[in-house]
Design a binder for this molecule. Structure first.
Ligand SMILES: *Cc1c(COP(=O)(O)O)cnc(C)c1O
Length: 339
């Protein structure tokens, strides 16, 4: 039995999900003729109360399209130093949109409205890049699955309005935040200009992300997706997985969160571990003591068929997910307790 906790992206489609995929009605989505893709987009747009939604192969591509839609070359996006758009999208912000990132020194991937305001370059000071967008992430990935305080997100909306900036949410794991904080999609749809969500993380789809926004900004989205190479044909087979996941894999995220907390409790008892970061959702980040070698620690776990990943600076990460069973959980807790 291999216990793979590297990410919630390692899940494989369940049998029922595969059946839903196999029986999907499809068409050419580049002509917008795939009924299943259209249904998924409509369902998500309704769910968030936003005008339009567009299916993308990856979350990175959905975010990159959003950056392009909000900015012109030479401009600047405000984001946290931990942001996925800055750290993990291959430098796409500069490559695709010709923009730079103004990094905010936030806490666990989140920052305050005051910090964002202080990061805005005065628009008439033509020596600096023009600030045109604020981008936030919920839950935060590198920040350890932390959830934003919704009141702070509202304050950021005000900052964006005052300074005429766009406001984008990288909601790759927004599903986890909605469950953990008992929030609803509409309140996010109301607040943001654009939102990207992933179907391939906690929801357990093999592929798929969706970008949502109002009519005005989404006008150019399909062209940008085409430019990025994301126009796909009979992709309803994949969208069917998304529809299935929304029905069957959303509420169960509480189980992942519960397991993550239980792992954290055991880890915090271990002598080898300096600190376990607060666990709000399905991500557990912990720091090893200075005298413990990271590679050695990872290899000991690997020998026991437990796969986790290093995040740099002696920090390690475990992510619970759909394929991490009760049986695996029991085994892992026993193993860690005996460390
Ligand atoms: C996973 C993730 C994405 C998208 O990743 P892809 O692998 O491109 O689908 C975007 N933002 C965050 C915060 C993520 O965790």
């Amino acid at each position: 039995m291999i216990i793979d906790l590297r990410s919630d992206t390692v899940t494989k489609p369940t049998k029922s999900m595969l059946e839903a995929m196999l029986t999907a009605e499809v068409g050419d989505d580049v002509y917008k003729e795939d009924p299943t893709v259209n249904a998924l987009e409509k369902r998500l747009a309704n769910m968030f109360g936003m005008d339009e939604a567009l299916f993308f192969p990856t979350g990175s591509m959905a975010n990159q399209a959003a950056l392009k839609l909000h900015t012109n070359p030479g401009e600047q996006v405000i984001c946290d130093k931990y942001a996925h758009i800055y750290n993990y999208e291959g430098g796409g912000a500069s490559f695709n949109s010709g923009i730079s990132c103004k990094l905010v020194d936030g806490h666990r991937g989140m920052f305050t409205a005051e910090q964002a305001e202080a990061s805005i370059n005065p628009p008439d000071f033509y020596h600096s890049p023009l600030t045109s967008l604020i981008a936030v992430e919920n839950t935060t990935n590198k920040g350890g699955g932390a959830c934003w305080d919704f009141e702070e997100l509202k304050k950021l909306r005000k900052v964006a309005d005052t300074h005429n900036l766009g406001y984008h949410l990288d909601g790759a794991r927004l599903w986890n935040a909605l469950i953990a904080k008992d929030e609803n999609p509409e309140q996010y749809g109301e607040l943001f200009d654009t939102i990207s969500v992933c179907l391939s993380k906690g929801l357990g789809c093999p592929i798929g992300s969706v970008l949502m926004g109002n009519k005005e900004i989404m006008k150019g989205a399909i062209r940008v997706r085409k430019i990025l190479g994301g126009g796909m044909r009979q992709v309803g087979y994949l969208a069917a997985a998304g529809l299935y996941a929304l029905d069957n894999h959303f509420e169960r995220l509480t189980e992942d969160h519960k397991k993550a907390k239980e792992i954290g409790e055991v880890l915090s008892q271990l002598n080898q571990i300096k600190k376990v970061e607060p666990i709000e959702t399905n991500i557990v980040i912990f720091e090893l003591n200075d005298d413990i070698d990271e590679t050695q620690f990872l290899n000991i776990l690997k020998d026991k068929n437990i796969h986790i990943i290093g995040m740099g600076s002696n920090k390690l990460r475990m992510v619970t997910h759909l394929d991490y069973t009760d049986q695996m959980h029991k085994k892992l807790l026993n193993l860690l307790s005996a460390f």
